[in-house]
Design a protein around this ligand. Sequence first.
Ligand SMILES: CCCCCCCC/C=C\C=C\CC(=O)SCCNC(=O)CCNC(=O)[C@H](O)C(C)(C)COP(=O)(O)OP(=O)(O)OC[C@H]1O[C@@H](n2cnc3c(N)ncnc32)[C@H](O)[C@@H]1OP(=O)(O)O
Length: 287
Amino acid sequence: MLLRQFTRAPNNMNLIRRIATNAILKNQTVTTNIDYNQLVLVDVNDKNGYATVTLNRPPVNSFNLELMMALSRALDQVERNNSRGMILTSIIPNIFSTGFDIRELYQADERRLREFWSVLQDCWFKLYGSTYPTAASINGHNPAAGCFFALCCEYRAMVRNSKLGISGARLGISIPLPMIYTMRSVISTRQTELALTTGTLFTSDDALKVGLIDDIATDRSDAFAKCEAFLDRFKDIPPVSRGYTKRSVRQKDMEEIAANRQRDTDEFVRAVLNPEAQSSFAAFLGK
Ligand SMILES: CCCCCCCC/C=C\C=C\CC(=O)SCCNC(=O)CCNC(=O)[C@H](O)C(C)(C)COP(=O)(O)OP(=O)(O)OC[C@H]1O[C@@H](n2cnc3c(N)ncnc32)[C@H](O)[C@@H]1OP(=O)(O)O
């Protein structure tokens, strides 16, 4: 492959220490001894300048705080390297992500939960608000939060026989505003309401029909190739004005979410800690 690994941070321990120090200053949970560079891999194609951001937390790429932090750092890397475009994908053959790690939510420590949400918000701003072109190569099942990240991208190709959607309603989780805005930026308000209130997981055919994905792929390399073909559409478009236009289209959503960060965090914490949701998590984990 033509992919090369981005140069690793010169001193990984310094970065981890800096994150830990920031966390202490902000009175947040400290996570140490985590190799963030391994949880999310960032590679760049020398020929076309596209970065590939690959979720790498087997067995199912469920999002705990550490994976979320790794994604946040990976998006910083893509931004810093002035990539011509970015493809978000997963290393696991038949799974893109299974959403939030239920173990992160069950009997959660409130401080860690708040930090988890805060990093998720950062990821949203970085991905939804990115000026470079973005595409999601959905190589397998993608319920819940992984679907959310895919919807932040400008294009989605998904392999056949996978399921995609936001299943939160089934777990007794009320769906936060940023999720609603993000889905509404892709499909109609009517379809968004239906999808979110029923917790529908769409087959690839149905996802295509409703507009949640742009293409069905035969396998993961076809999905990836389709994403590259999408990014190629911007090859001759001046990137600065393109990026400005994309930001302008998304600006209103971003301003509203920025103005309500604290309220959203409080609502998330309340939603996760509510007894109905906690018993769903317990049932999922067989407790
Ligand atoms: C600005 C701020 C913006 C904020 C907006 C936020 C928007 C967020 C949007 C939505 C959020 C929703 C909340 C969630 O994400 S809750 C998680 C919901 N996820 C699910 O319900 C998916 C559950 N998983 C499955 O349905 C299956 O795993 C499937 C994806 C179909 C794959 O099936 P299969 O290949 O058969 O794999 P297994 O089910 O056997 O799984 C293997 C083991 O992994 C464990 N597992 C799976 N998912 C999770 C998970 N989410 N958390 C923790 N553990 C998980 C599973 O139990 C198996 O474990 P074991 O081998 O020990 O039995």
